[in-house]
Write a protein that binds this ligand. Structure first.
Ligand SMILES: [Fe+2]
Length: 325
């Protein structure tokens, strides 16, 4: 069993997400983007002052236990410009980042990693940053188009590129307890449900680089978890190519005795996966969820279905929002 400490509190700042929403009312544990900007001294509303939404996800997760405070950057979103703009608008101090975990080898999560590392270095006087990667993340990927052609994805940065910017790259396929045990970075996620299909149509370069091979399972996807005092376990799943129900089933097995009270991130129930929304929502009812924070690739149809099923427990993610537990 990988050790996971119980933290006194956790705060999640959404640095990058598909959605921007400064107006919708939020539950007491969520703060919208605007109050944060006003606290920073914003005098006049303008387009210049707000974060940008972009297809991807980046969460700054800060956990506190006694005097110990650690921040894990879970993904960086698709693009350095968006990441840097949002960090700047939100006044997030990159020097506070103690580690980075990349959820899986896709551009919409790892596209800003090099710049994020550079920003940490500049803000902290050149500190090295443990960076948790899966060895299967680096192979070039592509989607097969209806005409049979391959549309390649931008690669995530290589370990050498990350190390050049101060990363201390940790490769693992098994679960890790990181940053003084305050965070759990999962291992590969067992695929046990019958209805979660992975990513049909995705291929990756063969090892010798000569062709393509099917890569539906995306085994490099991992989730992050934090155990919060008096609440239970909060699960972060960035893109859920393993299936969000598979993620939750694995987390339940890993943390017996700790209720899974929350799940946050991209549930990947858009596009072709819209057809599994009913089974997914039904299966999620098996968990004692009081917080459901869909974002990124979840899709509006699934978010609507979750809201119908879980009511006030649903607090969708958007850029600049802060969640506190
Ligand atoms: Fe994604």
């Amino acid at each position: 069993m990988t050790e996971l400490a119980t933290v006194d509190s956790v705060e999640i700042l959404v640095l990058v997400d598909n959605a921007t929403d400064t107006l919708s009312t939020v539950p007491s544990y969520v703060e919208n983007e605007l109050p944060r900007l006003l606290r920073r001294g914003l005098k006049r509303l303008s387009g210049r002052c707000l974060c940008c939404a972009a297809h991807g996800l980046s969460l700054a997760i800060t956990a506190r236990r006694g005097d110990v405070e650690r921040t894990l950057l879970f993904d960086t979103g698709p693009d350095a410009w968006v990441f840097e703009r949002n960090v700047d608008r939100l006044g997030f101090d990159m020097a506070t980042v103690d580690g980075i975990a990349l959820s899986h080898g896709h551009w919409d999560h790892g596209g800003a990693m090099v710049r994020a590392l550079e920003m940490i270095q500049l803000a902290s006087g050149g500190r090295t940053v443990p960076t948790y990667m899966h060895p299967g993340m680096y192979r070039t990927r592509a989607m097969k188009m209806p005409d049979g052609s391959m549309r390649p994805f931008e690669d995530v940065p290589t370990a050498a590129m990350l190390e050049q910017q101060g990363a201390l790259v940790v490769h693992a396929t098994v679960p890790l307890s990181v940053l003084d045990g305050l965070f759990y970075v999962s291992g590969e996620i067992p695929r046990v449900t019958s209805f979660e299909p992975g990513l049909p149509g995705q291929f990756r370069r063969t090892e010798d680089g000569s062709g393509w091979e099917p890569d539906t399972l995306l085994v490099d996807e991992r989730y992050v978890a934090v155990r919060v005092k008096d609440r239970g376990v909060l699960v972060f799943t960035a893109c859920s190519h393993a299936g969000v129900v598979n993620v939750m089933l694995d987390a339940r097995e890993r943390f017996p005795g700790s209720p899974l009270f929350g799940v946050m991130g991209g549930f990947h129930l858009s596009g072709a996966n819209e057809r599994i929304i009913p089974e997914t929502v039904e299966a999620l009812r098996a968990f004692p969820l009081t917080v459901v924070a869909p974002g990124h690739c979840t899709g509006w149809r699934a978010t609507s279905a979750l809201a119908a099923a879980f009511g006030d427990a649903v607090a969708p993610s958007a850029v600049g929002k802060t969640y506190r537990f």
